[in-house]
Design a binder for this molecule. Sequence first.
Ligand code: PEP
Length: 251
Amino acid sequence: MTTISPLIAGNWKMNGLSQSLDELTELAQLLTTGEAPRAVVVVCPPATLVAAVATQGASSGILAGGQDCHVNASGAHTGDISAYMLADAGAQFAIVGHSERRADHGETDDQVRAKAEAAIGAGLKPIICVGETEAQRDAGQAESIVAAQLVSSIPDAAGLHEVIVAYEPVWAIGTGRTPSNDDIAQMHASIRARLVDRFGADKGNTIRILYGGSLKPVNAREILAIDNVNGGLVGGASLLAKDFYTIISAV
Ligand code: PEP
């Protein structure tokens, strides 16, 4: 079985002013003075702070990511940001298809796939989010919904480039609720099987599958130990350096 180095990514969402970089300073201190992290550490701040996170994080190994990107490299798209701009600001990752963007901006799987392609084109590693709603889980459709999202949101280019999948049940995001460990294990195994099926064993077994949705210091150790959970995408708990560090240390 291939070993995958775990990755923990913090998604600051629409939170963070320049003073929030104090948390990054504290995180850097914790990472450099404590035990060496066993995970790749990524912070995805709002676009206004990407360059600062990339610069400030460099000495402690913290990598920067964007939270979204436009499908085009440039053009008349007021308010949007392109993958090339994120890369230019020092980002190495871009979250695409987060359920908040799917809900707030009506993003479809096709758009998510195009964004992932744009990210790859700009040299970024897309973190492609998938996940079912509570109603879909209650209806027994969680796996089929996620399977369909995987087919349509992951570009074929993932066969040749590095992409990351984040399984984030919509109902677990920001709610303090999580699926049972068995449910997480089952979903991650199902995602792994589909990645292997589509991209072959050599590639499919190397794609990281992150868990996201109310990952907290209190539950990180057990969730991150589940088979095929290759790290986490962390929202609320990534805003405080101590909490985020505890999650990183749980790997
Ligand atoms: C997220 O928004 O990606 C997320 C996982 O949020 P939270 O950890 O706050 O549930």
